[in-house]
Write a protein that binds this ligand. Structure first.
Ligand code: ADP
Ligand code: MG
Ligand code: ZN
Length: 479
């Protein structure tokens, strides 16, 4: 029987705020253990949380970036459970009244556009981190109370690869929006993977199996590549799958059962009594709206459409936003934006990658690139010379025309001078000259190369070609 895969992801993202969610402690990775803590985030009795407004803004902004509705009434709830890394013994989250609802994400997939509906993006708090040593264990509460957003997808994903692309797209959107740095190494994005299989065509969803706490996207893909065939095999052998939670063992490359539905937690959610529901005003929402940015996919499409760039160039400018912005700064004045893109990507980016220079400390004005292109297009210098001029311009900041003049690089477009080189080349190479006359068109390139050599690379190659051809054809006609 043919099975289809159904995947829904719950993605947790640490928000880019200065302080934690309910207190003034720094939201900072890498500080010595238990230095960014206070009575509030340590869950001591008698303290009161105060909601971090920037975290609420970033959550609303995420909602807008993910095409969600930002609700006018959000409330916080307590999710009760006991775990050593959670000092309050409850997590404050948004249960039935989240900050945002009903959106979607679009991303490139399989040569087309994948679309995944977003159930909600809500705000909660992170927990501390357990460390296990030889004989003892320790808890670092620096992370406890860090603003955490949970983005829940509908079960719209149909493969491991699609899940992987969705996660990357989501991450790129959040980085674009400056919502989170999404640094995977620092654990800023973690995700719970829900996956089931069902006979193709069946309406009802299969038993949901959740793989908890994945901290890399490639891990998610590998876990799914293991888990999906496992589920299909169970069903094929006549077995039954039950709703359960599993853990991914990255070293062994397998998933293992942690607990089944019967042992699921009862979180006893109830409204957080210490926090008011959040009802944003029009002004507040307008301020958040002003922070909406163009999404990566929209940017890519726009670069392809407005500047007729191939997808690969546009993608480069999506990945490297400052470089793309730099390109846009000159593209509007460029006669041929693709040529400008070539210079920015092949030359400028390569030079930047070589050294310590950043776009901000370039010695030349962006318009110098356009001047350089003009010098090539008007036949003043060859493309090859232009490469040298660029290197010089990058090093000194001098204008291209000035460099050409100083170094005597200008291409010889003086017909008289080129005629002389052509005559010399033909005289010195009777064989190829005869070949061309006999109809071997390729022989012309050889002679052109000789003219370039004689002129020390300065002859205008197009002109040299024309003159050679005229001379040789003329001879042929005469002969
Ligand atoms: P819970 O209340 O246990 O967290 P939800 O129904 O809210 O479960 O769903 C959590 C996540 O699991 C969502 O991303 C959802 O799309 C996904 N999901 C729900 N049912 C299934 C299923 N049968 N197969 C795969 N994913 C599912
Ligand atoms: Mg869940
Ligand atoms: Zn604190």
């Amino acid at each position: 029987m043919d099975y289809e895969t159904v995947i829904g992801l719950e993605t947790h993202v640490q928000l880019k705020t200065k302080s934690k969610m309910w207190c003034g402690c720094a939201n900072e990775f890498g500080a010595p253990p238990n230095t960014n803590v206070c009575p509030v985030c340590l869950g001591l009795p008698g303290v009161l949380p105060v909601a971090n407004e920037e975290a609420l803004r970033l959550t609303a902004l995420t909602g807008l970036l993910l095409n969600c509705t930002v609700t006018r009434y959000a409330k916080f709830d307590r999710k009760n459970y006991f775990y050593p890394d959670m000092p309050k013994n409850y997590q404050i989250t948004q249960y039935d009244k989240p900050s945002t609802l009903n959106g979607f994400v679009e991303f490139e997939f399989n040569g087309g556009v994948g679309r995944v509906r977003i159930t909600r993006a809500h705000l909660e708090e992170d927990v501390g981190k357990n460390f296990h040593f030889d004989r003892t264990s320790g808890v670092d509460f620096n992370r406890a109370g860090v603003p955490l957003m949970e983005i829940v997808s509908e079960p719209d994903l149909t493969s491991a690869d699609m899940a992987y692309e969705y996660l990357n797209a989501l991450k790129e959107i959040l980085i674009y929006g400056d919502v989170s740095d999404c640094d995977m190494e620092k654990g800023m994005v973690r995700c719970d993977v829900n996956v089931s299989v069902r006979p193709r065509g069946q309406q009802e969803l299969g038993a949901k199996i959740e793989i908890k706490n994945m901290n890399s996207f490639s891990g998610v893909r590998r876990a799914l590549e293991y888990e999906v065939p496992r589920q299909i095999e169970v069903l094929t052998k006549g077995g039954k799958l039950i709703q359960s939670t599993r853990r991914w063992d990255d070293v062994a490359g397998i998933t293992e059962e942690m607990r089944t539905k019967e042992h699921a937690y009862d979180y006893r959610y109830f409204p957080e009594p210490d926090l008011m529901p959040f009802q944003p005003t029009d002004e507040w929402l307008a301020e958040v709206k002003s922070r909406v940015v163009e999404l990566p996919l929209a940017r890519k499409r726009r670069f392809m459409r407005d500047y007729q760039l191939p997808a690969s160039d546009a993608q480069t400018f999506v990945w490297d936003v400052p470089l793309g912005d730099y390109f846009e700064g000159i593209a509007k004045q460029a006669k041929n934006p693709k040529t400008a893109a070539n210079w920015v990507i092949n030359n400028l980016r390569a030079k930047l990658a070589e050294g310590q220079t950043s776009l901000a400390d370039l010695k030349f004005e962006p318009s110098a690139i356009l001047e350089l292109i003009d010098l090539v297009e008007s036949g003043k210098i060859s493309t090859k010379m232009a490469q040298d001029v660029f290197v010089e311009m990058f090093a000194t900041g001098e204008l291209p025309a000035r460099i050409v003049e100083k170094k005597g690089l200008a291409q010889v477009s003086d017909t008289g001078a080129i005629e002389k080189f052509c005559d010399q080349a033909i005289a010195a190479n009777p064989g190829p000259a005869a070949d061309f006359k006999a109809g071997k068109a390729a022989a012309l390139n050889f002679l052109k190369g000789q003219v370039m050599k004689l002129s020390k690379g300065k002859a205008n190659p197009a002109l040299a070609g024309q003159i050679l051809e005229r001379k040789l054809r003329g001879d042929r006609l005469a002969g």
